[in-house]
Design a protein around this ligand. Structure first.
Ligand code: ADP
Length: 326
């Protein structure tokens, strides 16, 4: 669904047409990338803001005359060189990903000293928002989302990509409330000692809750992709209990607790959430030393997934819709 040059000319010459849908929220602007970037001269109407990240702002975007909405991630072209590098990495990796549980990358273009990424729209916020609102998910829901995320990790690892920044805030929910991994900003860096240093520096600025202990240690090599499995273990714990296992007031304390696997499941009776032994066991295996962590196939074969119900996509959409913003 791209507006052709001819259609574009029509759009430019006609007065603004009455849309079938209600008009987009102000400010409504039309961005027109230079023809060198888009042969077909796509134009996007910019709608409501979806969120702000470390260096990007995200808006809803639509092509005039089309109903389909996208997420427009807008990044200032001039940024400090380190950020520029992070962004280039993100572009290169994300644009090569094609999986039902990874935010689909549609195209990128430059306009008005900004770079625009056109992404699949995930209008239901992040998994973190959902878990906070629901104060934790049920075990069937955790099975559903864990299978989706494990599938996306399997796909990335098969392509030689390590995500390295998996967390509930980076997993978005599409209109049917399926999980979609977004934000590939830390993903592409090749695994050498130097790159691990970069990860260390970068992650020290962000949330430390999901970081595997080996990222903090120098000289551990060969199991780097297992950092994503560690993060999935943290995500599963957080989906079940609504907080990450090593949560503490200082970063040092979080790291210390992670190194020592110092975490506790909520006491039975302390909340009305029942957490099965199977759930506790699978999380424990994912938080083992890197070489002992299960790969995505082994994860989904664990008895946690066969010991109970797995909802259908339809059930997820209907049951969770009440807790979703749209
Ligand atoms: P950064 O890379 O700067 O951290 P993010 O990719 O996290 O930026 O995007 C910033 C915010 O924009 C997110 O927290 C989220 O609220 C929103 N967002 C990002 N991608 C999408 C998307 N595909 N659909 C809907 N909202 C999105």
């Amino acid at each position: 669904a791209i507006v052709s040059a001819k259609q574009k000319a029509a759009v430019a010459s006609k007065p603004p047409q009455k849309e079938k849908e209600p008009p987009l929220q102000p400010p409504t602007q039309v961005y027109e990338p230079p023809s060198s970037d888009r042969k077909d001269g796509a134009v996007y109407q910019v709608g409501k803001m979806l969120g702000k990240g470390g260096f990007a702002v995200c808006y809803e975007g639509q092509l005039p005359g089309h109903r389909k909405k996208y997420a427009l991630k807008i990044v200032k072209s001039k940024m400090p060189s380190k950020m520029e590098q992070k962004f280039q990495t993100e572009l290169q990796i994300h644009s090569k990903m094609n999986h039902p549980n990874i935010v689909q990358f549609l195209r990128a273009f430059a306009f008005d000293s900004c770079t625009y990424l056109v992404l699949e729209l995930c209008p239901n916020g992040s998994l973190m928002d959902m878990v906070k609102r629901r104060k934790g998910l049920t075990e069937p829901e955790v099975r559903y989302y864990s299978i989706q995320i494990a599938g996306a990790i399997k796909y990335m690892h098969a392509k030689g990509i390590i995500h390295r920044d998996l967390k509930m805030g980076n997993i978005f929910l599409d209109r049917n409330l399926n999980a979609k991994i977004g934000d590939f900003g830390l993903a592409a860096l090749l695994v050498t000692g130097k790159d691990m240093q970069t990860i260390r520096r970068t992650t020290l600025c962000g949330t430390p809750n999901y970081i595997a202990p080996e990222i903090l240690e120098k000289g551990k090599k060969g199991h780097d992709h297992m950092v994503d499995i560690w993060s999935l273990g943290i995500i599963m714990f957080a989906m079940l209990t609504s907080k990450p296992p090593f949560q503490s007031s200082t970063t040092d304390e979080i790291y210390r607790r992670a190194r020592n696997r110092d975490y506790e499941w909520p006491q039975p009776g302390s909340s009305n959430k029942f957490i099965s032994e199977e759930a506790k066991d699978i999380v424990a295996t994912m938080l083992e030393d890197a070489e002992r962590r299960p790969d995505p196939d082994t994860i989904v074969q664990h008895c946690f997934f066969s010991s109970g119900y797995i909802p259908t996509p339809r059930e997820i959409t209907t049951k969770l819709r009440d807790c979703a913003p749209v």
